[in-house]
Design a protein around this ligand. Structure first.
Ligand code: 3PG
Ligand code: MG
Length: 379
């Protein structure tokens, strides 16, 4: 991506102007005393500097977001009300529209729906980094119709991630985790080419284990990716776990889900058992690699960390990243939640508000929402 993103600095006075701000307030919620409440307002707080600046410059500000995946229908549990309440506690005077995804036109990138969004507005700002990998109407259409700009958070996230990939201080260590190898293989490939070492953990690592000929019992495993994992391992800069904490495959796991003690396996996991976290030998090896890094990119947990029996691997990686002097960028809802759980979010260089978006930016070097802003005819 060569061309810079358009900024709203060039708009001059905003007094009396109406500005539509696309935000990503797709925040986690939970029921508290009979109603849904936002449990993590990170994404809402990330948009506040922009919202407050626009208000202080005399603009009328209306925000819009998607929330969950109601797929074009009005679904009561996906009303934005809990998010709106939290926003109004943090910043009065900003109106929040109802969930964009209640309208089928949003995900269909329908020009008519997109046009209806900007009706009556003078300007549009995209401050939704976490949604800018979606070519949806609220992201794509406004820049074609009215003067549009990137919000400060969107611009900073983009330049941080692209800057890190362009000229990382070396050694550059990438840590990739999460459940499904299908979701993360493309990014792992890209990182294998760019980073000096790629640490792979989480459920996705068992397909790499299998590619080395280890038995993985009933751990998460995707046979259709074994060959590609073997190719990545052959390149020589991928580090995978050598041991795992696990349970019999019939035992429940997850937040507050059972008390059967974990068993340590490694590197083979017998039939009837599933690996759910990396073990102590893997932790030691991963922490060693992380300690030697000058640049770190981390996306995805090492195990089912919401279950205390399987949180030690993710916690150890979080602590190693936090303790490092390296430039460290953490993305993805789960990795960010892990940092917060262990009180470490202040100890890394940059926490991305985007999960899928930060991965796609690393993988492709651009996002549909960034392109839409750059190609706006009003620039
Ligand atoms: C996210 O939570 O990653 C973003 O808000 C995008 O949501 P989506 O994956 O439902 O498009
Ligand atoms: Mg640090």
């Amino acid at each position: 991506m060569s061309q810079a993103l358009p900024s709203y600095d060039r708009w001059g006075s905003l007094k009396g102007k109406r500005i539509l701000v696309r935000v990503d307030f797709n925040a986690p919620v939970a029921e508290v005393r009979g109603r849904l409440e936002v449990t993590d307002d990170f994404r809402i707080r990330a948009a506040l500097p922009l919202l407050e600046e626009l208000l202080s410059r005399g603009a009328t500000v209306v925000a819009c977001t998607h929330f969950g995946r109601p797929h074009g229908q009005v679904v009561e549990e996906y009303r934005v009300e809990p998010v709106r309440r939290r926003l109004n506690e943090l910043c009065r005077d900003v109106e929040l529209m109802e969930n964009l995804r209640f309208n089928p036109g949003e995900e269909a990138d329908d020009p008519t729906f997109g046009a209806s969004l900007v009706e009556g507005f003078d300007y549009y700002v995209n401050e939704a980094f976490g949604a800018s990998h979606r070519a949806h109407a609220s992201i794509m259409v406004p820049p074609t119709l009215i003067p549009s700009a990137a919000g400060p958070n969107l611009a900073r996230e983009t330049s941080t991630i692209l800057g890190l990939l362009e000229s990382p201080a070396r050694p550059f260590v990438a840590i990739i985790g999460g459940a499904k190898v299908a979701d993360k293989l493309a990014i792992t490939k890209v990182l294998c080419a760019k980073a000096d070492t790629v640490i792979v953990g989480g459920g996705m690592a068992y397909t790499f284990q299998a590619a080395l000929g280890h038995s993985v019992g009933s751990s998460l495993f995707d046979a259709s990716y074994v060959e590609q994992c073997a190719q990545l391992l052959a390149a020589g800069n991928v580090v995978i776990p050598s041991d795992a904490w696990g349970l019999p495959s019939t035992s429940p796991f997850g937040a507050n889900a059972g008390s059967e003690p974990a068993t340590l396996f490694g590197p083979d996991i017998p039939d009837g058992f599933a690996g759910l976290d990396i073990g102590p030998a893997s932790v030691e090896q991963f922490a060693d690699v992380i300690a030697g890094a000058a640049t770190i990119l981390w996306n995805g947990p090492m195990g089912v960390f919401e279950d205390e029996r399987f949180s030690s691997g993710t916690e150890a990686v979080a602590r190693a990243v936090a303790a490092s002097e390296a430039v460290s960028v953490v993305g993805g809802g789960d990795s960010v939640a892990a940092l917060q759980t262990f009180g470490l979010e202040g100890d890394v260089s940059f926490v991305s508000t985007g999960g899928g978006a930060s991965l796609e930016l690393v993988e492709l070097g651009d996002l549909p929402g960034l392109k839409a802003l750059r190609e706006s005819p009003f620039n």
